[in-house]
Write a protein that binds this ligand. Structure first.
Ligand code: PLP
Ligand code: COI
Length: 339
């Protein structure tokens, strides 16, 4: 076991022992290879470098009280990565290669899996890039699928404490019919200016509005948005947000807990009517939102900066209990990794 300060890990990169690589050449995927190098050597004209042919995923493995290692809904990540690949015309990674690589990366880095109860987890980062050389704008003929893992703490340094977010109207993350609904690097590049403004002004993140009308909530930086009112879980329906696996799971749990669920457009002004608001994602888990300042209109939407709301708290604990194996896997979301 590595001697990291498990309870105080940031959400950042810590070197682990091995990563996996799998090459797509001549129309087919090769064997999964293991590397201990943190570097990748690719052609200077690789399409990933010039034309953004790349997609990534984010998932987590958790150690339980029973010392078993659990993966959460990996099939959904594999499916989303295939979808992202299609979206920027890359070769799709078959599920067998995806899961075999994930399991290999976890096993080979077992000593970096944070212990039960530390609040940390092993973050898994699958990455698919176009490596074939092109100068004209065309898809590559060669691809590389890699996975590295790294132990992480909470994405927002506040952990499960309310954060402040802001809305600014100078930059869009994703075009209405663009790539906002797939997990490609360009979306994150496009979000950097807004996030920088947010951080500069002391906000945890930016809340993005729909790019076309600037009237509706899209998502909360690297997380989906939800609001709670009248025993209802409300989350945006939008073609330009990433379909969050965490959000999907919260929807299922909310329904199971007797709540109503609405997936629809959420006008900015509706923020004043929620009893609770939050961001959700693999990295963020649930991040309660205590206040949202709209820098465009000067409006502030204040929830509770002291503590997370009751519903968010329930959802957060239940999700974590399922992931750690403390609660029965009622929805069949867990795969135990054989070490
Ligand atoms: N939205 C964006 C833009 C993200 O990067 C992420 C993280 O993956 C999410 C939402 C949350 O998705 P998930 O719950 O599948 O991690
Ligand atoms: C995740 O939640 O896994 C993400 O990918 C967010 C990230 C961009 C840090």
């Amino acid at each position: 076991m590595s001697d990291l300060d498990w309870g105080n890990l940031p959400f950042g990169y810590i070197k682990t022992d091995y990563n996996t690589r799998c090459y797509y050449r001549n129309g087919k995927w090769g064997e999964i290879e293991v590397s201990s190098s943190e570097e990748v050597s690719i052609h200077i004209a690789a399409t990933t470098l010039h034309y953004g042919q790349e997609a990534f995923e984010g998932m987590k493995a958790f150690k339980g009280k029973d010392n078993k290692v659990r993966l959460f809904r990996w099939e959904e990540n594999a499916k989303r990565m295939r979808n992202s690949a299609k979206g920027v015309m890359m070769a799709e990674v078959p599920d067998e290669i995806f899961i075999a690589s994930v399991e290999k990366a976890i096993k080979l880095n077992e000593r970096f899996i944070p212990p039960y109860g530390s609040g940390a987890s092993l973050y898994i980062r699958p990455l698919l890039i176009g490596t074939g050389a092109r100068v004209g704008v065309k898809p590559a003929d060669e691809y590389l699928f890699m996975i590295f893992v790294t132990p992480v703490g909470p994405y927002f340094k506040e952990g499960f404490k309310p954060v402040k977010m802001m809305i600014e109207r100078k930059f869009d993350r994703a075009a209405p019919l663009g790539t906002g609904n797939i997990k490609v690097g360009g979306n994150y590049a496009a979000s950097l200016n807004s996030l920088d403004i947010a951080h500069e002004k002391g906000y945890a993140s930016a809340l993005f509005l729909d790019a076309k009308e600037k009237k509706y909530i899209d998502e909360a930086g690297p997380a989906n948005f939800f609001g709670i009112k009248n025993n209802t879980y409300v989350t945006p329906h939008s073609d330009s947000i990433l379909p969050s696996i965490t959000n999907m799971s919260l929807v299922t749990m909310a329904e199971d807990m007797g709540m109503k669920v609405e997936r629809r457009r959420i006008p900015v002004e509706e923020l004043s009517t929620f009893e609770e608001a939050g961001g959700c994602g693999t990295a963020a888990v649930i991040s309660p939102i205590g206040q949202i300042d709209d820098l465009g209109t000067g409006e502030s939407y204040v929830y509770d900066m002291e503590k997370a709301g009751e519903v968010s708290t329930k959802l957060y604990h239940r999700l974590q209990a399922i992931q750690a194996g403390d609660e029965e896997d009622k929805f069949n979301w867990i795969k135990v990794v054989e070490l």
